[in-house]
Design a protein. Structure first.
Length: 269
């Protein structure tokens, strides 16, 4: 068909000229040779040097800040260790600051920090002649710690002061009086050496008890010492109850399904 076209149309179907030859920019891929591959043994020394340097940088770098949970765990661990060491070293029988007859001595707590030995002597000499008196003060600051020990010449005077002076108001504060426990009660420990383990049941009981007592030790029930989950028995320590709050507190404990068992009177400091 094209041979019958006129010349002016045949020129439209004429092939184009070939592309001009251009020199290649790279070698022929067939003739190309790549780099020689070897093992990584030559680089092991470099890796070891980098590891040593990283450890040195880590040792000299600032430690990462602890989280709140880590700080609390660290403080608790240090506190428990200090308590255990203090418990081993605590021996009231060999304390050089303790003197006199323990069965003639009373402990007076909740004192005003402004109370002096002169004030105590004026209030407690009415029960009998005083042999010795010690107002406990901080060794570093010299300030009163709010409690004192008074030794009477006669045991009868000590007993009278123990029963009559408890709840006495001195310099605007209602004081508590107890016998010396360190040398008279086997196994007794001061409150600062106590490690408290609280279960869920104990937490509930202590919360209800605190509400019933109005957050005051003088009211009656002092603390929950143990909770047996099987029988839900609550063993509590009590002190003299001038305000009649013990029955109300025990009723509250019974209200949550527990059986209160009152033990011997004890005052923990």
């Amino acid at each position: 068909m094209t041979d019958r076209l006129p010349a002016q149309l045949l020129r439209l179907f004429a092939p184009r000229p070939p592309l001009p030859h251009v020199t290649p920019l790279d070698r022929d891929p067939v003739k190309r040779t790549g780099p020689t591959l070897s093992g990584i043994g030559d680089y092991m020394s470099i890796l070891q040097e980098a590891e040593v340097k990283a450890k040195a940088d880590e040792a000299t770098a600032e430690p990462k800040p602890l989280t709140r949970a880590e700080k609390m765990a660290q403080r608790k661990r240090i506190h428990d260790e200090q308590i255990q060491e203090a418990t081993k070293a605590w021996n009231p029988e060999k304390d050089p600051n303790v003197q006199g007859d323990a069965y003639k001595t009373i402990m007076v707590g909740r004192l005003s920090y402004d109370t002096t030995e002169k004030d105590l002597r004026r209030e407690f000499e009415r029960y009998g002649p005083i042999q010795h008196m010690a107002l406990v003060c901080d060794k570093q600051t010299g300030k009163s710690r709010g409690y004192a020990f008074i030794e009477y010449e006669y045991e009868e005077d000590m007993k009278r002061a123990y029963h009559d002076a408890d709840g006495l108001k001195l310099m605007g504060r209602r004081i508590v009086v107890d016998v010396e426990r360190g040398r008279t009660t086997p196994g007794w420990k001061p409150r600062r050496l106590a490690i408290v383990i609280v279960t869920a049941a104990a937490t509930m009981t202590m919360t209800v008890t605190a509400i019933a007592l109005g957050d005051t030790i003088v009211a009656g029930v002092m603390t929950v010492t143990t909770v047996a989950d099987e029988i839900m028995t609550v063993i509590v320590d009590v002190i003299p109850d001038p305000q009649g709050a013990i029955p109300a507190a025990l009723d509250t404990i019974r209200g949550i399904g527990c059986v209160p068992v009152v033990t011997t009177t004890r005052l923990v400091w």
